[in-house]
Design a binder for this molecule. Sequence first.
Ligand code: 8YV
Length: 328
Amino acid sequence: MTKHKPLVVVTRKLPEAIEARMMELFDTRLNDDDHPMSRAELTEALRAAEILVPTVTDRIDGTLLAHANPNLRLIANFGTGVDHIDLASARQRGITVTSTPGVLTEDTADMTMALILAVPRRLAEGERLIRSGKWTGWGPTTMLGRRIWGKRLGIVGMGRIGTAVARRARGFGLSVHYHNRHRVPKEVETALEATYWESLDQMLARMDIISINCPHTPATYHLLSARRFKLLQPHAYIVNTSRGEVVDENALTRMLRAGELAGAGLDVFEHEPAVNPRLLELDNVVLLPHMGSATVEGRIDMGEKVIINIKTFVDGHVPPDRVIDIHP
Ligand code: 8YV
């Protein structure tokens, strides 16, 4: 007797090698033209799926889960952040949720470092100047940015990505400071010469560059609030490669427009794919379309993790990257 292959519904186009392997292993339904699914399509996908492979572009809330196929047992997310999935609802319904941690740490840290360099050194502005055809040549006082070396970097969230950013930052001569729910092990602090700040407010008030690297959870929603932005020094820069919701985007935009902050590097936005149009008018911001982990290698690694999670689950074991809902 042939074993029942579960119906796996994949919401977005994944790398070809990953899709091919999934087709071999499971009864797989793909999204060939890669359009982000509408709510109606997502409802349909959840009605059919025994296993769902969503991405950050799919909002899977309690209502959708309430109408899901009763045989839906696993949501194997393609991505590390799971803030788009109602974990409490999933838990209540006995649906396991997995993610893809670890494999996108270094790529995301690279992109974070790129923004940490790009904003103070006016990289995008310089590029725009050349492309505008208005560059008249070198000048001793033109296109001056701010020095990176010797500055203080405050990392909000010292998990895998935050730590990888800290490692890179040391190479660029930044001193590393961090705020986290828990202090990291002494050996890690020593290796990174990192200073722990129990008070986020106090750290913010003393940093030159802030990097947001914590996940978006109910506890971190608007962690960087209007009040906290006021604590930053006017020469400070802020970089966000985590989730837009961690930052009050309107408050940030107001501060930047008023010249109360020096600049921002944003790879993520509060209402993606919408971007506050007022941010687009500013020269001192670098805006990227959520591409922190967007490397060919990274996407394949993420896909392989998804396959391993599904396969172990189907074989009756606890999948390696099961997400534990820490906010029941
Ligand atoms: C992914 C991300 O591209 O993994 C994450 O949490 O933010 C991105 O790196 C995206 O989420 C894939 O779903």
